[in-house]
Design a protein around this ligand. Sequence first.
Ligand SMILES: C[S@@+](CC[C@H](N)C(=O)[O-])C[C@H]1O[C@@H](n2cnc3c(N)ncnc32)[C@H](O)[C@@H]1O
Length: 247
Amino acid sequence: MTVFLVGAGPGDPGLITVRGLELVRACDVLVYDRLVSPELVDEIPPHARAVSRHDLDQHEVNELLVSYGRRAHLAVVRLKGGDPFVFGRGGEEALALADAGIPFEVVPGISALSAVPAAAGIPVTHRGVASQVTLVSGRNCDGSVGFDPAVLAAAPGTLVLFMSLGSLPDIVAALLDHGKDPWTPAAAIAHGTRAEQRTVRAALAELPAAAAELDAPTLIVIGDVVASGWPEQLAGVPAVHAAETEA
Ligand SMILES: C[S@@+](CC[C@H](N)C(=O)[O-])C[C@H]1O[C@@H](n2cnc3c(N)ncnc32)[C@H](O)[C@@H]1O
């Protein structure tokens, strides 16, 4: 049977796709990530098994998916935070399944890349302000820095940094060393789209100090769009809850 690689969305359980939720509700086995909201794990049928991948390395996750995928009677859902193919290792899991001859289907999810800034009132491609978005991983899988600071400092438009909170002082120092304007507007958004969302905004040079109290998951946004967001009263409020309040 097909293994489904499903995006869970950015955090708020209401932001999974209709197709994704249907598959979760019909699965026999759910293999899920730490970033997936517990409310979505609770949606599996009573007979189904939920397996956290928390203590498994990527090779073990691939083997687990292949092993479940070989049992043709099981409906297997691999539920991943955001979109499976945006810094989500979904490609590696798809390749492992393909190598084993197991059919799979990718069900895209709403990535943190634009949803988390949106929930903080930041339109990453505000017209006339940014027509380019650069996505960056703060670190590679071997722990090395995931970008060239000279290229990043010169990139126009909006920078969106994933997995960068721990190394934010180093990243900002490298950008400033390579000529990035210290006054560039910047934000750090923790637990975006969830009730516990927290947003701090500061000039780039001040962002590491301003964000020191935040915890993971946190997304960093750098660029003039941070200063041209929606009305103040929406900033910092998850979009879904803001809409409910207005209704
Ligand atoms: C391994 S990546 C997964 C990205 C995911 N596949 C996606 O498309 O959003 C994890 C990083 O995404 C960012 N992230 C994911 N969800 C987030 C959220 N709700 N709030 C803030 N940052 C988030 C953080 O930078 C976190 O360290």
